[in-house]
Design a protein around this ligand. Structure first.
Ligand code: NAD
Ligand code: TDX
Length: 339
C-alpha cells in the first residue's frame, strides 16, 4: 500500500483524483484541504469512512501545521492540486494566489523534503505558456509567458518545483494541463456556470467576442494522466496534458443551449476579461510517446455526459450557489481535531 497525500482533494479535480485512486485500490489516501470557498467535502461524501481514506483539514501555507500532518501521516507520495484556481478572482485580488500557489507550494516542497517524501507531483496548467495566435500548440519547451495573476503565480510555483529538483535533488515532476470539465466543477468556471444558468433560464455571460479558444479535456482523462505521471514520469520533467479538443467559447455555449433546449437569446455579450488569453492548445506528444497515455473522452460525448450530471445533481450545484455546502464540514466533522 502506497500512502499518497493529495492536496486540494476537496476541489474539482482533486476530488475526482481521490475517487480514481480509491477505485483502483492499492493506495492509502490522505486528503489535505483547507476548505476554502472552492473546497466541498460533499464531492466525496460517498467515500467518507471508507478504509484507506482520511480527510485532514489544513492550510498549505502553515509550516507548523504541515509538519504535524506529515509527521502524523507519513506520506510516501504527494500529489499537489491545492491552489486558488479562478482567473477572474485573481484579477480582483491576487494576494491569496501568491500566498497559496507560490508560498504554499514552497512550504509543501520543504516539508516533503524534511519528512522523506519520495515523489512530489506538482499539478500545473497550460496557462503558464501565455496565449497562442491562430496556429501552433504549446510544447514543454514553449516559453513561460503568463498573462494573469493566476497564471503568473502558477508559473512561480513551477519554477520553485524546478529549483527543488536542481538544488536539492528532490524527486519532483510537473504536469501542465488544459481546461478541464466534468462532474463537481465549481459553477464559476465557464462550462458549469453556463449549464446552471441555461437550466435556470438565466443569461449566459460571454466575455468579449466569444471567439477565445480553450483546449478541453474531461477531468477523468486528466486524473488518469496525473496517475501515469505519478507512477512513471521522469523525475525533474514536465508533462503537458491536453484533450485535443480546441473549441471557441461561443461554440461551447451554443452546445450547452442546445442540450438545455434553450435559444440563443439567452447569450449576453459582456465586457471582456482584462488580459484575456486568446487561445490555448496543448501538444500532448510526450504523454503519448513516453507514457502511452491518451484521452478517452471526446468533447461532444463528454459535454453531454457532464450536462446530464448537472441535470441529475441539481441539488449539488444549488447548494454550492447558495453557500449551503459550507455547513457540511461542521455536520460531518464538528468537534473533531483537524490533524
Ligand atoms: P478548485 O478551485 O476546484 O480546488 C482547489 C482546492 O484547493 C479546493 O478544495 C481548496 O479548498 C483547496 N485549497 C485552496 N487553498 C488552499 C490552501 N491554502 N491550503 C489547502 N488547500 C487549499 O481547483 P481545480 O479546478 O480542481 O484545480 C486543481 C489544480 O489543478 C490547481 O492547481 C489548478 O491550478 C490546476 N489546473 C486546473 C485546471 C482546470 O481547468 N480547472 C486546468 C489545469 C490545471
Ligand atoms: O462567465 C464566463 N464567460 C466567459 O466567456 C466565464 C467564467 C468564462 N468565460 C470565458 C473565459 C475563457 O476564455 O471562458 C473561457 C474559460 O474560462 P474559465 O472557465 O474561467 O477558465 P480559464 O480562464 O480558461 O482557466 C481554466 O483553465 C486553466 C481554469 O480555471 C484554470 O484553473 C486552469 O489552469
Amino acid at each position: 500500500m502506497t500512502k499518497i497525500l493529495v492536496t486540494g482533494g476537496a476541489g474539482f479535480i482533486g476530488s475526482n483524483f481521490v475517487r480514481l485512486l480509491l477505485e483502483r485500490g492499492g493506495t492509502e489516501v490522505v486528503n489535505l484541504d483547507a476548505l476554502t470557498y472552492a473546497g466541498n467535502l460533499e464531492n466525496l461524501s460517498e467515500i467518507e469512512g471508507e478504509p484507506g481514506y482520511t480527510f485532514v483539514r489544513g492550510d498549505i501555507r502553515d509550516v507548523g501545521a504541515m509538519d504535524a500532518v506529515f509527521a502524523a501521516h507519513r506520506p510516501e507520495v504527494v500529489v499537489h492540486f491545492a491552489a486558488e484556481s479562478h482567473v477572474d478572482r485573481s484579477v480582483l485580488d491576487a494576494t491569496e494566489f501568491v500566498q497559496t500557489n507560490v508560498v504554499g507550494t514552497q512550504v509543501l516542497l520543504d516539508v516533503s523534503r524534511r519528512h522523506g517524501v519520495g515523489r512530489f507531483v506538482h499539478v500545473s496548467t497550460d496557462e503558464v505558456y501565455g496565449s497562442l495566435g491562430p496556429t501552433g500548440r504549446f510544447t514543454e519547451d514553449s516559453p513561460l509567458q503568463p498573462n494573469s495573476p493566476y497564471s503568473a503565480s502558477k508559473t512561480a510555483s513551477d519554477l520553485l518545483v524546478r529549483a527543488a529538483y536542481h538544488t536539492h535533488g528532490q524527486d519532483v515532476v510537473t504536469t501542465r494541463c488544459s481546461n478541464n470539465y466534468g462532474p463537481y466543477q465549481f459553477p464559476e468556471k465557464l462550462i458549469p456556470l453556463m449549464i446552471a444558468n441555461a437550466l435556470e433560464g438565466k443569461e449566459l455571460p460571454v466575455y468579449g467576442d466569444g471567439k477565445n479558444v480553450r483546449d478541453w479535456i474531461h477531468v477523468r482523462d486528466h486524473c488518469e494522466a496525473v496517475a501515469e505521471v505519478m507512477a512513471r514520469g521522469r523525475s525533474g520533467e514536465v508533462y503537458n496534458i491536453g484533450g485535443d479538443s480546441e473549441r471557441e467559447n461561443l461554440h461551447v455555449v451554443r452546445e450547452i443551449l442546445r442540450l438545455a433546449g434553450r435559444g440563443e437569446e439567452l447569450i449576453r455579450y459582456v465586457k471582456d476579461r482584462p488580459g484575456h488569453d486568446r487561445r490555448y492548445a496543448i501538444d500532448p506528444t510526450r504523454m503519448r510517446d513516453e507514457l502511452g497515455w491518451r484521452p478517452k473522452e471526446t468533447f461532444e460525448s463528454g459535454l453531454e455526459a457532464t450536462f446530464g450530471w448537472y441535470v441529475a445533481q441539481r441539488e449539488w450545484w444549488e447548494r454550492v450557489r447558495s453557500g449551503a455546502y459550507r455547513d457540511y464540514y461542521e455536520r460531518q466533522y464538528g468537534g473533531r481535531a483537524d490533524a
